[in-house]
Design a binder for this molecule. Structure first.
Ligand SMILES: [Zn+2]
Length: 474
């Protein structure tokens, strides 16, 4: 704590601040020009134009949600309706930066420009993009995507080997293409984010009638799990782990859901340390008995309760690096027609932080510092934003969320801001309330409402990598 001479714009006074390295402690935070100016002792004299009393509250770095889909068709954000409600949900959930997956079979230069313009016009929070790579032309453009567009992470759908990608207008590719993608990423300081499911095994199970048998209507989520079970995911993770080792590529395994996959990844990591492991809010909080029907349909599927507990153990022991929402804004009307027909995914930006703090910290005693690492610090570092985002530290962007950890309340579809118009956590009890969200020094959410500060900025990311700043790992 150093003496401060510059006058601050803002002082967050009287709260408990979660700081990198030292954990939660009583301190005041000073903000100037959109950045953290200093973290000072509450008794320190320092001038600020505005002081906000946050006594009894916790002050955390804003969430960096690196797994988001935007757009009514989840391919890309196109207009205010695609951007405003979703970034309002982000702000209400304490998410100050999001990285959205753009999905197209076209070259990305045009898609990038139009998506960036749509976000700059209406986003309440800062944003970056990942590209999903499916064509030869896109693969060959990776050096330019990294250098010219600031996109340094690329998704590959291992399950689009056959025709699964057709509903999104994306082509299928084989493991040869995947190895070339890994090599291109490694050569350009980029990272590959695989959707790991074995499409051939999914086809086999469909032929065997897993979704036609008795009991599907009674428990559709159990049936959906049986149609793409744990080994479908674990096999693909083992394969991508091996291929990434050959290519010496950095890997971010998105949405890991189960104990078998964790075992595979622990083994792979012994030989291939350049892997970061993500799970998502829903795999930590919902299971196949959630009783929400097709509203809980997602790929990979929700799993049995034993897998939920295995994920929490992997959070406690440090195996899992990040938590993302896999936010999908597609409207709830697409959930009709039975489990096989319903569209996968649901909104998650607004509920990630309250749920993870409730289930992880309040119920399981996982430290606030560890949770901040999972939802803010590591995702920022992994995706090339560690110098600006993910920690309350002098010089970093003043992206802050003020939470009340003693605020029992209930998640409700009535309060869901996403255009999806539903939440699979409707009725879930949480003990945490997001009170205020600040992006680069400006309040974008307070007292249950978003403010009129559509000032989200594009975040170019020159480099991504699972081993970036691993020394700083909690
Ligand atoms: Zn996703």
């Amino acid at each position: 704590m150093i003496p401060v001479t510059t006058p601050a714009d803002l002082r967050l006074a009287g709260g408990t601040v979660v700081l990198p390295g030292t954990g939660a402690q009583r301190a005041d935070v000073l903000v100037a020009d959109g950045r953290i100016l200093a973290v000072i002792d509450p008794s320190s004299l320092a001038e600020a134009r505005e002081t906000i009393d946050v006594s009894g509250r916790h002050v955390l770095p804003g969430v960096v949600d690196a797994h988001v889909h935007l757009g009514a068709d989840i391919a890309m954000p196109r207009d205010a309706d695609d951007v405003r409600p979703e970034t309002a949900a982000a702000a209400a959930g304490g998410v100050t930066s999001l990285i959205a997956y753009l999905m197209s079979a076209e070259p990305y230069d045009g898609v990038f420009a139009s998506s960036k313009a749509a976000m700059e016009a209406d986003a309440l929070v800062d944003f970056g993009f990942h590209f999903c790579i499916g064509t030869r032309e896109q693969l060959e453009s990776i050096p330019s995507y990294v250098k010219d567009l600031g996109v340094s992470s690329f998704k590959f759908f291992m399950n689009f080997r056959t025709d699964e990608g057709q509903r999104l207008g994306l082509p299928g590719n084989d493991d040869g293409f995947l190895l070339e993608l890994l090599e291109a990423a490694a050569a350009n300081g980029a990272m590959v984010n695989p959707h790991a499911e074995n499409a051939d095994l999914i086809k086999l199970l469909a032929r065997r009638g897993v979704l036609d048998g008795p009991g599907v209507e009674e428990n559709p989520l159990q049936a959906w799990d049986r149609s793409r079970p744990d080994y479908v995911e674990a096999e693909a993770l083992e394969r991508i782990g091996f291929l990434s080792m050959l290519a010496q590529a950095d890997l971010h395994t998105v949405h890991v859901t189960n104990e078998m996959s964790l075992k595979v990844l622990r083994d792979v990591r012994a030989h291939q340390p350049k892997i970061s492991i993500e799970t998502c809010t829903h795999y930590l909080t919902l299971d196949i008995d959630a009783g929400v029907g097709a509203y809980g349909k997602v790929n990979p599927p929700l799993r049995p309760r034993s897998d939920v507990e295995a994920l929490w153990e992997a959070i406690a022991d440090g195996t899992i690096d990040t938590i993302g929402s896999d936010h999908v804004p597609r409207h709830g009307k697409h959930k009709q027609g039975g489990i096989a027909k319903a569209s996968p995914g649901f909104p998650g930006l607004q509920s990630l932080l309250p749920l993870v703090l409730t289930e992880g910290h309040l119920k399981r005693g996982i430290s606030l510092e560890r949770i901040v690492d999972l939802v803010s610090t590591r995702p920022a570092a992994n995706f090339g934003l560690g110098d600006r985002k993910g920690a309350i530290r002098p010089g970093a962007d003043a992206d802050v969320v003020v939470v009340d950890l003693n605020a029992p309340n209930v998640i409700s579809t009535d309060h869901e801001l996403s255009g999806a118009g539903f939440t699979p956590w409707d009725g879930a009890e949480v003990g945490v309330r997001v009170e205020r969200t600040i992006v680069r020094g400006r309040t974008v959410f307070v007292d249950g409402a978003v403010t009129d500060e559509a000032a989200g900025q594009y975040l170019p990311r020159a480099k991504s990598g699972a081993t970036t700043n691993r020394g700083a790992r909690a």
